[in-house]
Design a binder for this molecule. Sequence first.
Ligand code: SAH
Ligand code: SF4
Length: 383
Amino acid sequence: MDSHAANPSVPASTAPADPRKNLVGLSREALLAEMAVFGAEPFRARQLWHWIYHRGATDFALMTTLAKTFRERLAEAYAVRRPEVSRALASVDGTRKWLLRFPDGQEVETVHIPEEDRGTLCVSSQVGCTLTCKFCHTGTQRLVRNLEPAEIVGQVMVARDALGEWPSPAEDRQLTNIVLMGMGEPLYNYDAVATALRIVMDGEGLSLSKRKITLSTSGVVPAIRRCGSELGVNLAISLHAVSDELRDELVPINKNYPIAELLDACRTYPGSSNARRITFEYVMLKGVNDSPAEARALVALLRGIPAKVNLIPFNPWPGAPYECSTRAAIKAFSDIVFEAGYSSPVRTPRGQDIMAACGQLKSDSVKKRRSELLKEQEAAALS
Ligand code: SAH
Ligand code: SF4
């Protein structure tokens, strides 16, 4: 299967494509409209929603609150589809990774990280990423496309299938939190991410609260405010450097939206408060951004923003141009940030044996030229 992904001339599958429309990924309003055209009452659409997102049903025949003839008609016209799981891996530390394949042969990765008091699903928003942060494996993937809402929500549903969490449990869940920290820049695919998150947050379905969802961005400033006011999810910013000169090099989107503009957007992020702080991610690169002077500069930059700092030891990948900072350097950096009054945990790398840690996700899918997509996304972010 992987050899197919590496070679775009090989078709993804020889099975004939299913022409039926997928109901997964339609917003509540879109499902209502779809059912109205299909001749079904609004309460039928609500029942369907419950079966799809609360019960996890994929077979209309099992949706027993719907009349048999209606179920049969639905099954002729529609499907409730999951992305195909082309590989499932489990780490010695309990982390699980699923490689998902879509009908066009494109692939993304989704990771579940169990901890004592929570279980976090790391969700992808694009195949690859149009940005090229120098320390990130996803950024080296040659070509890219946006994921559709169904492909984003589908990651959550695949995880729920594998964890056996249907119907959506009210408590004692293994999937309690979602972070948009997988492959891709979520704010360059805002509309699809927003539709998918609204489905995920719906209380009559998957039912994950906005307080349990964190969107991580490299800093698409124009979309940050929209994200806060329309979705209200937690925000994480991939800062990684305290000067524009270095950030231009590490996180190239900084050339469009430099540090001062980015921090301004954070200062006014709707919904942030001392109880709901913005997370600043900072990857620790040996001899590059890890000096005590940079820790002090970081603290000065964050003044006035309800913030916490998440230090991420650099996770290496084959051919990466950096090394991880020493433990001593990370400790010294963390101490300075902590003493200035900010929480500064060092993120423990998880799932390293299955290449599931931050920044290691990459598949060999190929589609649109990076430059073409980047232009479209820039235009959309500014609109
Ligand atoms: N595109 C978004 C979300 C995905 S990346 C963003 O950049 O924020 C999730 C986090 O992993 C980001 O903070 C990213 O900078 C970090 N990251 C990328 N590559 C890494 C690596 N090799 N080691 C550690 N963290 C990495
Ligand atoms: Fe894209 Fe984020 Fe990786 Fe940068 S760190 S290349 S924005 S996925």
